[in-house]
Ligand binder design. Structure first.
Ligand code: NAD
Ligand code: MG
Length: 410
């Protein structure tokens, strides 16, 4: 039923890059959306400011100390915002009866439980947290079907593909689709001398040429594991086989992905690289609303380039494809090993090229099991993390392999 009341939105991960972009879009449409809950792990002062600005019913943090800090910060403001803490509280606000839309923008595996809670509660779920889908794909998609929740992709590529497919969509074959072309910029090291990759720093890896993002996804973009995770994400979201998805390097990040049809048509979605476009699209779908993003000036842009990815430069792409082909817990293991590797790289504990090396070794020495339920996902995730820490020590010692101590990120 069409409601004229603002739709209550829960923003999981509101202090992150996607969270902030989401609040920017929501603030442009106060008659359409209200902010019901905001959540964050840290950056309490930023969260307090968001609470002052949006007056959510709930603000949720991970631990009690942070909750106390937030209550203190908000003491003088006389807000009706209730401060909660813990994973259960994250799940509670994501599935609250009063919530219509959930933006799932926590980074990494930590997003799985609250995102699944939103899916199971049948919400309109805006999925930025690709890791939750990668680690629990078949269960995630089954829960979606069972609850009737609506999933709208926020990842710009998947949002682009969604926009280039018919709606409703019931499979590539029925829609006359031959393949999906998943574009990726190639990140900051697309043309860097291969020999220099060993010594690139976290700061260099996080300096993405086109997008401003959180540190974890920025490193993923530099290794192209981000494209690997997106490859898996696309297989699940669009019921595609690995053979039906081709990764294309497109350095300008203007074409966000494409769909090739049987009749020779190639549909692309284009726009300036700004996440507010997919966020606005998903929030209002099927309506179109202002996102604050400037129109794309193709004449100023001049030209668009495309090339095949170089898997010797980006071995993570191959690892992700192999994980998807292996199925079962292999993508879960890949994701967990990657999270450990990226953290270690950001902490100066392994070199950039060690990320793929570590993941490959974990994949080779971990058995693939069937994911029967979320406990099995949790188990596969935890054992892959444990294995990754062992492999890190085997390959690089306690702090071996880092470019230099001053490149540590924290
Ligand atoms: P970010 O690091 O900027 O923000 C992450 C948010 O999650 C923060 O609010 C943080 O407090 C919260 N968080 C972190 N760990 C948590 C935990 N253990 N429990 C609860 N909350 C926690 O990340 P981001 O760049 O906004 O990315 C968020 C998600 O969106 C990621 O899955 C990423 O892959 C995906 N994504 C991001 C972009 C982008 O442009 N930034 C684009 C596409 C997809
Ligand atoms: Mg993306």
């Amino acid at each position: 039923m069409y409601s004229t009341l603002p739709q209550p939105v829960c923003v999981l991960g509101s202090t992150g890059s996607i969270g902030v972009s989401t609040l920017d879009v929501l603030a442009r449409h106060p008659q359409k959306y209200s902010v019901y809950a905001l959540t964050a792990r840290d950056r309490i002062e930023q969260l307090a400011q968001q609470c002052r600005r949006f007056s959510p019913r709930y603000a949720v943090v991970l631990d009690d100390d942070k909750a106390a800090q937030l209550r203190l910060a908000l003491q003088a403001d006389n807000l009706a915002t209730e401060v909660l803490s813990g994973v259960d509280a994250l799940c509670r606000v994501a599935s609250d009866d009063a919530v219509a839309i959930v933006m799932a923008a926590i980074v990494g595996a930590a997003g799985l439980q609250p995102t699944m809670a939103a899916v199971r509660a049948g919400k309109k779920v805006l999925l930025a947290n690709k890791e939750s889908l990668v680690m629990a794909g078949p269960l995630f998609m089954a829960a979606l079907e069972e609850s009737g929740a609506q999933l709208l992709p926020i990842d710009s590529e998947h949002n682009a593909i969604f926009q280039c497919l018919p709606y409703p969509f019931d499979g590539l074959g029925g829609a006359g689709v031959e393949r999906i072309l998943l574009t990726g910029s190639g990140g900051p090291f697309r043309t860097t001398d291969l020999a220099a990759l060993d010594s690139v720093t976290p700061e260099q890896a996080c300096r993405h040429p086109n997008w401003s993002m959180g540190r974890k996804i920025s490193v993923d973009s530099a290794t192209m594991m981000n494209k690997g995770l997106e490859f898996i994400e696309a297989c699940y979201l669009f019921h595609a086989t690995p053979a039906e998805i081709q990764v294309v390097v497109h350095p300008q990040s203007i074409v966000h992905s494409m769909v090739q049809y049987r009749d020779g048509s190639l549909l692309a979605q284009m726009g300036n690289p700004d996440m507010r476009t997919p966020i606005a699209h998903a929030l209002a779908f099927p309506e179109r609303i202002d996102s604050g993003v400037a129109a794309l000036d193709l004449i100023a842009q001049g030209h668009l380039d495309f090339e095949a990815p170089d898997e010797s430069r980006f071995p993570c792409l191959k690892l992700a494809r192999e994980a998807m082909e292996a199925g079962g817990s292999a993508p879960t293991t890949l994701n967990a090993a990657n999270e450990i590797a990226v953290d270690a790289f950001l902490a100066g504990e392994l070199p950039f090229t060690g990320i793929a090396r570590l993941i490959e070794k974990v994949m080779k020495t971990t058995q693939v099991v069937e994911l029967t339920d979320l406990d099995a996902v949790e188990l596969a995730d935890q054992s892959a993390r444990k294995r990754a820490v062992e492999v890190l020590a085997e390959l690089y010692g306690a702090h071996g392999g880092a470019p230099s101590p001053q490149t540590r990120s924290k």
